[in-house]
Design a protein around this ligand. Structure first.
Ligand SMILES: NC(=O)c1ccc[n+]([C@@H]2O[C@H](COP(=O)([O-])OP(=O)(O)OC[C@H]3O[C@@H](n4cnc5c(N)ncnc54)[C@H](OP(=O)(O)O)[C@@H]3O)[C@@H](O)[C@H]2O)c1
Length: 347
């Protein structure tokens, strides 16, 4: 037996013994996702081809965009096909490599899916520097959501010191990163989030004012706390919050449309902004952002954010759920406001 084992690398033995667990798209959801919209399957891990690597996934990232990817059709990226592995950012360690640019032991991150093992040709993968942040941080504040906050605020929002920046969904990874960067840039930072615990956390982490949109009137609070008007509104939620922000714009305001948490479960009937004519009065503008347009500039953002973390100017909060089988429930948590920080499934 011992002689027989010596013929194989440890990682090869491992993949003989272990099955791959994956979460597939079983149905196109209507409204909030249900457990029956997903199927958990187990399969053998196929042998590696030349130019491929095998990754043992440690964390799967739950991002609101996943809900959109479950719909039919194409937006900025095609929907997941029925029966396909759920698309998700995930990260893990290379345990086998037939690729000259990737070595066993390296940690990588990319659109590897909701899967416990992934085979990749390396395209679109980012190798992780764990000296600047943990794997969860590389999927959050140093990953796609952090890049969204950085480029959405700085490129689309163009904040200037002394201006007021309002960000909704402020307790999430994108929102809290936007608020903290705006503070570093010398702005007054106003956020909105659901519930006292999230609001208190933000006040203790650099926000000047936080509105609990579940118990307070957003328009009245914005009027009270933004007497000079809002110069940058970073919109993560859409709906009533977007309308309240439009009522309170400063002259020359920039409204950054990043996402619309309040609308994703019914994209056929998206509520348009009632108060868009306020853009005319403010001589303002409304711009969208898709983070993938900034792919080639990610290193610049990672350098700045990791420096700010090291200097103690930024913090991050992660919310970790154990077990790939909890992927459907974790996805629902985003839409129920049950996550507090960057939401991840740990395998
Ligand atoms: N454009 C891009 O390239 C891009 C890239 C990444 C992310 N995004 C967008 O950025 C936004 C934030 O993403 P994230 O990853 O940071 O998620 P997140 O904020 O960590 O999680 C979602 C949060 O949204 C809030 N929410 C849920 N339903 C809501 C509703 N009906 N009204 C108001 N708030 C609601 C909840 O917080 P509360 O407890 O405060 O309600 C929930 O915790 C999303 O809209 C996402 O689609 C866009």
């Amino acid at each position: 037996m011992l002689i027989c084992l010596k013929k194989y690398q440890i990682s090869e033995i491992y993949t003989f013994l272990v099955k791959n667990t994956q979460i597939l798209l079983a149905n196109r959801p209507e409204g909030m996702v249900k457990d029956t919209d997903f199927e958990k399957v187990e399969s053998e891990i196929p042998p590696l081809q030349e130019g491929q690597i095998l990754i043992k996934i440690n964390y799967i990232s739950l991002d609101p965009a996943i809900r959109g990817w479950m719909n039919a059709g194409t937006t900025y990226i095609p929907g997941v096909p029925l029966g396909g592995v759920m698309r998700a950012f995930s990260a893990g360690q290379i345990i086998k490599s037939k690729h000259t640019n990737f070595q066993v032991g390296q940690y990588v991150e990319g659109l590897l899916g909701a899967t416990s093992f992934a085979i990749s040709d390396g395209k679109g993968l980012k190798t992780l520097d764990l000296s600047i942040g943990s794997i969860p941080q590389h999927l959050g504040i140093l990953g796609m959501p952090g890049m969204t906050a950085y480029f959405g605020l700085l490129e689309r929002g163009q904040p200037k010191a002394g201006e007021t920046v309002f960000v909704s969904g402020a307790a999430g990874v994108v929102g809290s990163t936007v608020g903290q960067i705006a503070k570093i840039k010398g702005c007054k930072v106003v956020g909105s989030a659901g519930g006292k615990e999230k609001c208190d956390y933000l006040l203790a982490n650099g926000f000047d004012v936080v509105i609990d949109y579940k118990s307070q009137n957003i328009n009245e609070e914005l009027k009270k706390h933004c007497p000079e008007g809002i110069s940058v509104y970073f919109d993560n939620v859409g709906g009533d919050t977007l309308d309240a922000a439009l009522l309170n714009l400063a002259k020359g305001a920039r409204v950054v449309i990043c996402g619309a948490m309040s609308q994703y479960n019914d994209m056929q009937n998206v509520a348009g902004p009632k108060n868009y004519m306020k853009l005319v009065v403010a001589r303002g503008e409304m711009k969208g952002i898709i983070v993938f347009d900034f792919l080639d500039r990610y290193p610049e953002a990672i350098a700045d954010i990791s420096k700010w973390i090291a200097e103690g100017k930024m913090t991050s909060k992660e919310h970790i759920i154990e077990g790939i089988e909890n992927f459907p429930n974790a996805l629902r948590m985003l839409f129920e406001g049950k996550n507090f920080g960057k939401l991840l499934v740990k395998i």
